[in-house]
Design a protein around this ligand. Structure first.
Ligand SMILES: [Ca+2]
Ligand SMILES: [Ca+2]
Length: 181
């Protein structure tokens, strides 16, 4: 209690009257998980949670807005070394997103271009175990050419606010955003 007496003496010396508030020590780690964590960004929350209206909430089992923003076809030739279309014609790219193997988003095809911007939005409920695959195709009359694809952790995309980069083969780059509704 010597410290308290010293503080009291100091307070008296400063002309402060009334009681001294002593902050109690933390109560021995009760593992209280009911505390709602405040946050400003998804990265402020734990590995399975995201920040929604200032509070950390479980990421799984929520509905998300998926935005297929754009895609670039990085190669003038397909994996077989041929042009995407006859006579060296540029591809007609369109994008798709599959959740658990089911297509939840499909863009229109952008005619004869290596760079397409869509900003197409679709909504899907994402579970902890949900798979999230991104595809870019070249639209053809019959069988569309697969340009590139990539399998992602949707939670990783959510945490970072989006994915911007190459798909698995390097033939296409995309920008895809996933945000809680
Ligand atoms: Ca083609
Ligand atoms: Ca074409």
């Amino acid at each position: 209690m010597k410290i308290l007496q010293t503080l009291a003496a100091a307070a008296t010396a400063l002309g402060v009257s009334g009681c001294i508030i002593v902050t109690p020590p933390p109560s021995g780690g009760g593992g209280d998980t009911s505390t709602i964590a405040e946050c400003a960004a998804h990265t402020d929350c734990d590995a399975v949670s995201i920040c929604v209206t200032g509070q950390c909430v479980l990421a799984a089992g929520r509905e998300y807005a998926i935005t297929f923003y754009d895609a670039t076809v990085n190669s003038e030739t397909n994996p077989d070394g041929e042009s995407w279309d006859a006579l060296g014609d540029a591809p007609d790219p369109f994008g798709a997103v599959l959740v658990d193997g089911q297509q939840v988003l499909g863009t229109t095809a952008a005619p004869n271009t290596y760079a397409a911007t869509w900003e197409t939005v679709a909504y899907a409920t994402l579970q902890a175990t949900s798979t999230f695959d991104v595809y870019v195709y070249d639209e053809d009359l019959a069988d569309h050419d697969l340009v590139d694809s990539g399998a992602f952790s949707w939670l990783e995309i959510v945490k970072k606010g989006g994915y911007s980069g190459e798909l698995s083969g390097g033939y296409a780059s995309v920008a895809v955003f996933v945000d809680p509704r």
